[in-house]
Unconditional design. Structure first.
Length: 367
């Protein structure tokens, strides 16, 4: 059965699943008519170095799709829909084995018009080293980003997705296989789109995989930003940390659900997750649900937690006593909160770029 037929054969998902509890599929579908797969356009892509010049040799974009084994099991509704809708918008980002670059590379995705979609296959060669920024921006009303791929054995990848859509809806689905002894930092920075639904899944099916998933989320006005993250430990001696920081202002809402799965036989696995939510107004809302499924007894550790709270007014008062006005004091505290995860996403040059983005493009919510 092809993806179109598969999607059209499915029933509407119910809210009994955490994936759809807070953001029904009908609200994320491009038209709201979930019985259809509408025609959507293709965004404009540009691969450049951090300074805006040409990307280095050894990394390239090419048309097509890559078949990957060992991907984590995903949601059948979004999976089949995104595969079907993106049939004419498929690209492969290839990083040659042994490739190494001192500077981050930016994949710019410019979304315009009513609706567009992209299926991006990541082919990260073994023993390669790269910092990749995927930046989504533009005035499109609906954008779908499907990322599938494999991180080769021994590769070191800092992979940051920055979502700065002016308005509209963003649907993002990631399904990534992490190879033996590969080290991955997967960052998400979001302060765009009126509505975001993301389903991010990673699988370590070979020993020695090391994964850090990091989120810096800023929601304002009436934004609705919902991220679901799953990490699958399916091999011995694997390591993961999920750290997710969300600052919520206006009457916006953020949702973060995390699932760490440690399969039987994954001896020596070490997994933990923590969600922090900073509430910037009385009407803002943040929901976090960290979960564990551990089937292996011989693990280093498995933990989870969540914490919500407002800005510390004592810290605001302290900054005001040092010459900050109230708005500047709150902005500084919000920036410091979000920077605690930004600072872990990669190198100093990547961090400096992200801080510049935080200071220049992310909007400061009002209490």
């Amino acid at each position: 059965m092809d993806s179109t037929a598969e999607y059209l054969s499915l029933d509407e998902p119910t809210r009994s699943s955490h994936l759809w509890k807070y953001t029904p599929w009908r609200r994320i579908h491009p038209t709201g008519d979930i019985t259809s797969i509408p025609d959507v356009g293709t965004p404009r892509l540009r691969l450049v170095s951090l300074d805006g010049g040409d990307a280095p040799e050894g990394i390239r974009l090419e048309k097509g799709v890559m078949s990957v084994s060992g991907l984590p099991e995903g949601d059948v509704v979004t999976g089949s829909f995104m595969q079907a809708a993106s049939a004419s918008s498929q690209w492969i980002l290839r990083i040659e084995p042994g490739f190494s670059s001192q500077d981050p590379v930016i994949l710019d995705i410019d979304v315009k018009g009513s609706s567009s979609i992209l299926h991006l296959s990541l082919d990260v060669g073994r023993l390669s080293e790269l910092e990749l920024i995927t930046r989504v921006r533009g005035s499109g009303k609906w954008f779908g980003l499907l990322r599938t791929g494999e991180i080769g054995a021994g590769a070191v990848l800092n992979d940051v997705v920055v979502c700065l859509q002016d308005e509209g809806t963003l649907l993002r689905v990631d399904s990534i296989a992490i190879g033996r002894d590969a080290q991955v930092r997967a960052g998400t920075v979001s302060s765009g789109s009126e509505r975001t639904k993301a389903d991010l899944r990673y699988r370590m099916g070979e020993p020695g995989g090391n994964l850090r998933v990091l989120g810096s989320i800023l929601s304002v006005d009436s934004m609705h930003i919902d991220h679901h993250v799953e990490i699958h430990h399916d091999a011995p001696e694997t390591f993961s940390r999920l750290t997710w920081n969300s600052a919520c202002g206006g009457d916006s809402r953020t949702v973060g659900t995390g699932m760490l799965r440690v399969a039987d036989g994954s001896r020596g696995a070490d997994a933990a997750q923590i969600f922090h939510n900073l509430l910037l107004s009385a009407d803002a809302e943040a929901d976090s649900i960290p979960e564990l499924e551990v089937l292996e007894h011989e693990v280093v550790g498995c933990g989870h937690g969540t914490a919500n709270g407002p800005i510390d007014e004592d810290q605001v008062f302290y900054l005001e006593s040092r010459g900050f006005d109230p708005s500047e004091a709150r902005s500084a505290l919000i920036a410091a909160f979000l920077n605690s995860t930004l600072s872990e996403m990669g190198s100093d040059s990547l961090h400096d770029w992200l801080v510049g983005l935080l200071n220049s493009e992310l909007r400061t919510p009002e209490a």
